[in-house]
Design a protein around this ligand. Sequence first.
Ligand SMILES: *Cc1c(COP(=O)(O)O)cnc(C)c1O
Length: 377
Amino acid sequence: MQIPLLDLKAQYQKIKEECLKVTAEIYESQYFILGPHVETLEVEIAKYCGSEYAVGVSSGTDALLLALMAAEIGPGDRVITSPYTFFATAGSICRLGAVPVFVDIDPDTYNISPDAIRSCLSAMSQEDKKTLKAIMPVHLYGQCADMDPVLDIARDHHLLVIEDAAQAIGSEYKGKRAGAMGGIGCFSFFPSKNLGGFGDGGVMTTNSKKLYDDIKILRVHGGHPKYYHQKIGGNFRLDALQAAIVSIKLRYLDGWTAGRQKNAAAYRRLIASAGLDGVVRCPVEKETRHIYNQFVIDVAENRDGLRQFLTDNGVGSEVYYPVPLHLQKCFAYLGYGRGDFPVSEHAADHTLALPIYPELSEDQIAYVVEQLKKFYR
Ligand SMILES: *Cc1c(COP(=O)(O)O)cnc(C)c1O
């Protein structure tokens, strides 16, 4: 049996007619950048996420960069974030000359640990504290970070919270959706995300009219009105084609999420009945709507051997992320070393993402679990 990590072709077959129709209309209109499709999507996303405003942008990475620019974060400023995430989270901070301050993650959820943020703050010098501007939690794999304490800490220290929600559209924490809790939420429409376009794209959410206005101006080089620049922005515009495709997919998103949740439940059941509970840890759900952008297991032993065995038996998998950011070569100048964030380092060495896309059949999931069982027998 061949089971890829992700198969978008089945999804496309379901929405093909709608996609071809709307893209043909856009070709006829020859109106490709921003415009009505983007505006419609922005209204839909704000509603879906329960935020006041949304702004379509060129990618999830650009959303993060633009969020920091809107917050006027620059050289010498500091931003607290997780070292166990996709590169762009910290990359965007450094691109503006600011300094990522890494703190370790929660061993159950892999999300930023509020206790670790508190210890980091109490160890920080008064001088450094003055340069602290924001906290950037990541809602990793589709599950929200523990936001109440993060928001409390942010309020106490006058920090902006920028949610990296690139993997978490529709995810909930205590009834609130990802992107609607902090000052700004950043989402990605990269094709492999739960809500993906047919190319790069992203969206930002906020409840602040001021941030909304600033983001919209910065999205078009900071010109307002056009050709009159109060700020230095960039080209962060979303294409009409991407917006139109994402609008179509948004209507199916809750159904697809339900499919992913059902698959996650099937994995749990089958892994338990295979007697693998002590060997393979399934994702830990904590008071939140987990949308399973990824289904990531934590294995005590021989993760790399397991991955090879799965590959040899036709099962796709992925290691997110093999090197935590504090150990990346490009961040050596920050002065971190091995042992600084043991939970992140453990996750990098012991976790593996299994196929979870909604169209998977129970037979396919059973086959994957059978391979786990064979390997660990
Ligand atoms: C995908 C992702 C991004 C970047 O999004 P792009 O659209 O690929 O630029 C940022 N952060 C996280 C956590 C992601 O998973």
